[in-house]
Design a protein around this ligand. Structure first.
Ligand code: ATP
Length: 866
């Protein structure tokens, strides 16, 4: 049963009067409590039961047809009205408004992308009845449904409102025009048990005084507390929580206990998650600001009469782009920066030019050198020394250099410098036109002025964004306008932004293909094609998409463009494949291919699967790691959430980034970590490559990857540009496949190799199947692990930081008591974002659950979205 049903009723969009069916404008609400606001039979309002404001104001707003979008407001409501409703931005597909389905509790409501920023308020005593009625319904409701309307109605009790309420379980950026009244609530919206919701008031603080504020609000923490309440008996908690954080914690605890041990974390998640919404208001603001600035903070030069005319300096923009010297957000070079000069260089190809030693003009453009100074780069890194003259000479390049050694600028500097001095040169090459099929012609025709000359492709959204930011920095004052397009964000906004022209486009392959299919961009003018993380871009996951971009559309052929590929790892099979896209290229490798920098101190600990949590907590509390910015890698999205929950419960400022979070959440999490508002970032492999996060002191592989290259990229998030970093990995039987390569890598970089890794039979770890197939070796390996485990158990005083193993003090001495945990929580009540557990997806319908890929070792573009 559902409690509120909707049905189409014609409404005059200027007067708000209900009119007969057949108009373009529909709106419909009534609750099934047989007090219809609107007579559904003939579409006319029943004046007696329709609140006045429904007639006067709602149509002033935007009420759109076909059940897609309604924006209803009762701004005239003077709060004395009974049964007042207010809803904003209610968007749904037609099925939601199918009355018969809604009325039928046994048939799941199957709609897609149902999205509401709903806002509902009711001050009517009689709604209490309604509410009770709803409670029953809610209790009986089927979890397989997404009970938007249940939830609405369950909240028709006194003084409740929702803001930015997203029914389908995904957080969404709210573009609710109500400004300050925006707040978030996700979890309740999914709860069909909505009684607890009735006392929730989601208040941002800025909400005070708005007509939507109700009596029991005006405190950030109140919303926190209420939001995790799950049954009616807790309403009183909700009430008393109004202004008190502590109670909110108690509510969460209460939930935990009710859920049993397994549910503890889940409820924790909900609770924390809601807290996050409010504590993260600032994140949201930051995000909005940055989006706005992203498009506004420009200072463009011109290309006129075949001359580059740089724009005047703008100190504000300069500060925004280059930061100040004490800016936390900047990565600064470390004490070992000069050691880069000692790394051996391997270079092959015809006519290799001499490396440069300084950033000077020539060979670089004057403006670029000025910008490099603004970025406070004193001298080039080895990869930059070589790549700048190579690209200047017009050569293709396949380059491999250690993580954090400045590869991004190694391709940006020379291409920007060339673009600054050469200007836009329209590609008149007809070869490509001959190849162009009908589709391409259409594409060219429609893609009027969006013809970038530089295209940079990256595997993840965050990396694409980062490269864009770097390009924006170094194209300051120039005629080049960088743009970025990636999935998970509004494609129309991106298209609109592109319409202002873009000479340098950074993209993830999926989104670029999408835009190409829509004919929004033409690649006919591309002079430089760059694949960052090239080995990843050419492996099985992306190769097809890259081929599509390079070969299917109107991009000039390899001889008519310059192609550059960069990565820290380059397996030889991928090198061969890369040859397809390159023309007479130079191969450059700084240091050993696929190796890591010895600025990273690597520890490998033997940790049994079931001891990982405790060991992690011990580690994070230990002297060497305490309060350091720590990036933790796990294998799956689910475990990322679970671990983040645990850390939050234990009082750490933790947040998570993985492919199941919305882009907004991902960006917020990253911002929180970068600005040290969160000290721990739990990530899947989606954050393994390319991300340049300042001050990551410690990378922790809670789960080791199966592939050594992934390991190299992951630990490469620390120890960048000459800084010292620390990487710790938990190793156990599950990681046998990586053991041999790991030992090799540790030796190569002069790290201590733990005995248990040495003990693993040689031929086991490098062949994927040997561990399982070769029973002799398999037994040998198991024995070796067993004796090792035994040794750990017997030795309670085992050194915590021994290279041989890490035995959790918690495991040896017992877990922390509940009280200890509470203490931590109260001392450190600031909680950061996590996403609710994934099982909710399964809960909410097979259409979601079916499409979820649980192992997140894939990048964005590969993930299946609902
Ligand atoms: N010449 C330089 N002097 C000082 N800092 C530099 C220099 N070149 C680059 N950097 C800075 O070094 C940091 C790391 O650079 P970048 O992200 O390009 O590394 P990378 O080699 O691409 O790493 P990864 O392999 O992880 O992608 C950035 O913050 C960048 O601004």
């Amino acid at each position: 049963m559902v409690n509120v049903t909707t049905e189409r009723v014609g409404v005059d969009n200027t007067t708000g009067d209900a009119i007969s069916q057949g108009t373009n404008y529909y709106l419909s609400w009534r609750n099934n409590y047989s007090r219809p606001c609107i007579n559904l039979e003939d579409g006319t309002p029943e004046i007696s039961s329709i609140p006045r404001y429904f007639n006067t104001n709602w149509a002033e707003k935007f009420i759109k047809t076909n059940n897609e979008f309604c924006n209803i407001s009762n701004e005239d409501n003077d709060n004395n009205d009974k049964s007042s409703f207010e809803m904003n931005n209610f968007k749904t597909t037609s099925k939601l408004l199918d009355n018969s389905k809604l009325a039928d509790s046994s048939s799941p409501i199957s709609y897609t992308q149902n999205y509401t920023n709903g806002y509902l308020k009711s001050n009517n005593n009689s709604n209490n009845n309604n509410n009770n009625n709803n409670n029953n319904n809610n209790n009986n409701s089927n979890d397989d449904k997404r009970p938007e309307l249940n939830t609405y109605n369950s909240n028709t009790k006194n003084n409740t409102h929702y803001k930015n309420y997203h029914n389908t379980g995904h957080e969404e950026q709210n573009d609710n025009p109500n400004g300050a009244r925006i707040a978030y609530n996700n979890y309740q919206s999914r709860s069909s048990r909505g009684v607890g919701n009735t006392n929730v008031n989601h208040n941002t603080g800025s909400n005070t005084g708005s007509s939507s504020s109700s009596s029991n609000n005006n405190n950030d923490y109140h919303s926190t507390s209420g939001s995790s309440i799950d049954d009616s008996s807790r309403n009183s908690y909700g009430d008393s929580n109004t202004n008190n954080y502590y109670y909110s914690s108690r509510n969460n605890n209460y939930d935990y206990s009710n859920r049993g041990s397994n549910g503890t974390r889940q409820r924790g998640t909900y609770g924390e998650r809601n807290r996050n919404y409010y504590s993260s208001q600032r994140f949201q603001l930051d995000y909005n600001n940055s989006i706005q600035t992203k498009y506004k903070c420009e200072n463009r030069g011109k290309w006129e009469d075949n001359k580059h005319i740089p724009a005047k300096k703008n100190l504000k923009v300069e500060k925004y782009l280059f930061g100040s010297i004490d800016d936390l957000n900047l990565v600064t070079t470390g004490i070992n920066f000069d050691h880069y000069d000692n790394i051996p260089i391997d270079i092959s190809g015809n006519n290799v030019p001499e490396p440069i030693t300084q950033f000077t003009s020539p060979p670089l453009d004057n403006l670029l050198v000025e910008n490099i100074k603004l970025a406070r780069f004193n001298k080039p890194t080895p990869i930059q020394k070589y790549s700048i003259p190579i690209v200047n000479q017009g050569r293709d390049l396949m380059a491999c250099a250690q993580t954090g050694s400045g590869k991004t600028d190694a391709f940006l500097f020379p291409i920007l410098s060339k673009a600054f001095s050469l200007g836009p040169s329209i590609n008149n090459n007809n070869d490509n036109d001959n190849d162009a099929n009908q589709y391409n012609k259409i594409s060219k025709y429609r893609a009027k002025n969006i013809k970038p000359i530089i295209l940079i492709l990256a595997p993840t959204r965050e990396l694409a964004n980062q490269i864009f930011e770097e390009a924006r920095k170094f194209s300051y004052r120039s005629w080049i306008r960088p743009c970025v397009v990636y999935g998970g964000t509004n494609i129309f906004t991106q298209m609109k932004n592109l319409e202002n022209g873009s000479q340098l486009l950074v993209a993830t392959p999926g989104r670029l293909n999408d835009l190409m299919e829509r004919g929004k961009i033409s690649l006919s003018n591309i002079k430089y094609l760059i694949l960052d993380e090239a080995d990843r871009m050419l492996d099985m996951g992306f190769e097809l998409q890259i081929r599509q971009i390079v070969e299917h559309y109107d991009m000039p052929i390899a001889t008519s463009r310059q192609t550059l590929m960069f990565s820290a790892t380059f397996p030889s099979n991928i090198q061969n494949l890369a040859g397809d896209f390159l023309n007479d290229y130079i191969f450059l490798s700084v240091g050993k291919i696929g190796s890591t920098t010895d600025n990273i101190i690597q520890h490998i600990y033997y940790v049994r699967q079931e001891e990982k949590d405790n060991t992690l907590l011990d580690l994070l509390d230990s002297k060497n790691y305490k309060k350091k910015q720590t990036l933790i890698f796990v294998e799956t999205k689910r475990s990322a959430d679970a671990l983040t929950d645990l850390l939050i419960i234990e009082g750490y400022k933790a947040t998570a980034i993985h492919g199941d979070r919305t882009q907004l959440e991902r960006e917020r999490a990253l911002t929180a970590f970068k600005t040290k508002r969160a000290n721990v970032l739990v990530a899947t492999s989606v954050a393994a490559r390319g991300l340049d996060i300042p001050n990551v002191a410690h990378v922790l592989n809670y789960d080791l990857p199966n592939n050594i290259d992934d390991y190299v990229h992951r630990i490469g998030r620390t120890g960048r540009v000459g800084n010292i970093g620390m990487a710790t990995s938990f190793f156990n039987e599950n990681n046998a496949l990586i053991a041999k390569r790991l030992v090799g890598l540790l030796r190569e970089t002069n790290q201590q190799v733990p005995k248990f890794l040495n003990d693993i039979p040689r031929n086991n770890s490098h062949n994927n199947n040997s561990y399982t197939n070769n029973s002799h070796n398999s037994r040998k390996m198991k024995n070796s692990f067993r004796s090792y485990r035994q040794q750990g158990r017997n030795s309670k005083n085992h050194s915590k930081n021994s290279h041989e193993g890490f035995y959790s003090q918690r495991t040896l001495g017992g877990r922390r008591t509940e009280r200890e945990r509470d203490t931590t929580r109260n001392i450190n009540p600031k909680i950061y974002s996590v996403r609710p557990p994934h099982n909710r997806k399964k809960k909410w319908g097979s259409q979601w659950g079916d499409s979820i890929i649980s192992v997140d070792n894939q990048s964005d573009e590969q993930q299946v979205w609902w």
